[in-house]
Design a protein around this ligand. Structure first.
Ligand code: SIN
Length: 496
């Protein structure tokens, strides 16, 4: 008897995967009866059919969230906290199921998928602890004119639109603080990877049901066409909050639509992260950090280092070290043993990355390693080889645009001022990385860098307890940490 489905997902899980819409605590077909395919990026093969929500389904999900809201807001914070803690335990107990599903629909190497499960579950644990720390305020006004009580309460039903690259962690980073704050949610997962989010929602649904809590608190509406679904919900006055992770282009459209209802919004948008290596850096450590900052999910993260800005005195050593490290990576299907770099999400992504590399090379860049896709007879899916480009024109697309693939363009600089000018010469400002041994320089960089996050001598900043988010066109608001729950709370000031 087969123990795995063609996707690599355990057969028992594949047979019971929630592939429908979750509305008001019930899994159901889309009202139009339509479905869309979810494909394996390592082969391009169709894996599962998922219900394709219509705009009416979106509104039905909003109705369910709206109806569940009064009871959920009135549920004691301790009860909300205990629910989230139980969900955390259940997700971690099923780490293998979640990891197999993330790899099947998103392509990540299994070890990375397991890391995502732990990272994603950590948001649930963190907000289980924060649910009981939503404190109001009571004081005598400094002027003596009155006594003041400030209540904190959940803003109301929230629409959460999540990206395909972290189908568990980006969902939990929004769902967990929303639930902790007393909000109910409609989740619109990415059409490319909806199943991990659906499985998580099923864990929450069954835990709510087991505890006799309102099951309409979490609703999920996968769709192949986001805009047709979100438009009517954003125009509906029952919706009070929008949280979106995705491109700046789509974020701008959503912000315009959300303006109509003057919605609270959190936007985690595009990045173009500079990775600065100063002349006093520990270069081998910088190479190691660069691999981490660039190659997580084959470069498909908003926090991926996009531009390697390296002092001219260490550029040759850094570039050679990075090319060597990239040569040691193993490209292949995420479920295969020993693979460290999986496929890109779809063929269009491979074509775009190939185009960006070709344009850089036409502009004078040198390929230190990679530069093309692996032999398609061996790897027929959406793969691209880890690539290091040197002598790159700072005006090329490889440097100006978020590449979202395994390409590391190296640009040199001569002084700290020049490095910071280059780093800040973009509309984006999500994260930056800096390698230096000079503590004064660390503070100078932190004070001048135009980004919401800075990794110092490390290639990873993500942490459930930290405020994740950007400045400039990289977004509004913060997710994670104490700040993350504020995004779902409003205050009511009472004067006595
Ligand atoms: C992202 O790519 O948007 C999120 C990455 C992370 O949370 O580390």
């Amino acid at each position: 008897m087969a123990t795995t489905h063609a996707s690599g997902v355990p057969a028992t899980l594949a047979a019971h995967l929630p592939t429908g819409l979750l509305i008001g605590g019930h899994w159901q077909h889309a009202s139009g009866g339509a479905t869309f395919p979810v494909r394996d990026p390592a082969t391009g093969h169709e894996l599962f059919d998922v219900a394709d929500a219509t705009p009416d389904d979106g509104l039905a999900a909003l109705t369910a969230a709206h109806e569940a809201f009064p009871a959920w807001r009135a549920t004691a914070p301790r009860v909300r906290a205990e629910l989230l803690r139980a969900v955390y335990e259940r997700v971690m107990a099923r780490i293998d199921d979640f990891a197999a599903l993330i790899t099947a629909e998103g392509g990540k190497p299994l070890a990375e998928s397991r890391a995502e499960v732990a990272y994603g579950a950590d948001y649930v644990r963190w907000y289980s602890e924060q649910a009981v720390r939503i404190n109001g305020l009571a004081r005598t006004a400094p002027s003596g004119a009155n006594r003041q009580v400030v209540l904190q309460r959940g803003v109301g039903p929230a629409l959460l639109i999540t990206p395909w690259n972290f189908p568990l962690a980006m969902a939990t980073r929004k769902i967990a603080p929303a639930l902790a704050a007393g909000c109910t949610v409609v989740v619109k997962p990415a059409g490319l990877t909806p199943l991990t989010t659906a499985l998580f929602a099923e864990v929450v649904r069954s835990e709510l049901a087991d505890r006799g809590l309102p099951t309409g608190v979490v609703n999920v509406v996968p769709t192949s066409s986001s805009s047709r679904l979100s438009g009517p919900m954003l125009a509906d006055p029952r919706l009070r909050k929008l949280s979106f992770t995705g491109s700046t282009e789509v974020g701008r459209v959503l912000l315009r639509e959300a303006a109509q209802g003057v919605l609270r919004t959190s936007m985690e948008l595009g990045g173009n992260a500079p990775f600065l290596v100063f002349e006093d850096a520990d270069v081998p450590a910088a190479v190691e950090g660069a691999v981490a900052a660039k190659m997580r999910n084959a470069g498909q993260t908003c926090v991926a280092a996009n531009r390697f800005l390296v002092h001219e005195s260490v550029a040759a050593e850094f570039s050679a070290g990075l090319a060597d490290a990239f040569d040691r990576l193993v490209v292949g299907p995420g479920s295969a043993p020993g693979v460290t770099v999986g496929p890109l999400i779809e063929e269009a992504a491979v074509e775009r990355v190939a185009e960006v590399v070709a344009e850089a090379v036409d502009g004078g860049a040198r390929v230190a390693t990679g530069g093309d896709r692996p032999d398609r007879r061996a790897l027929p899916g959406h793969f691209f080889n880890p690539t290091v480009l040197t002598d790159v024109d700072p005006e090329s697309r490889a440097v100006r645009e978020e590449v979202f693939g395994p390409v590391a363009p190296v640009v040199t600089f001569g002084s700290e001022d020049e490095a910071l000018d280059l780093a800040n010469s973009t509309e984006f400002g999500l994260v930056a990385y800096a390698y230096t041994r000079d503590v004064s320089r660390v503070f100078r960089v932190a004070e001048r860098i135009e980004s919401g996050m800075l990794g110092v001598n490390r290639g990873m900043v993500s942490d459930a307890s930290a405020p994740f988010g950007g400045v400039k066109s990289s977004g509004l608001g913060r997710e994670g940490g104490e700040a993350g729950i504020e995004e779902y709370l409003e205050s009511v000031y009472v004067a006595l």
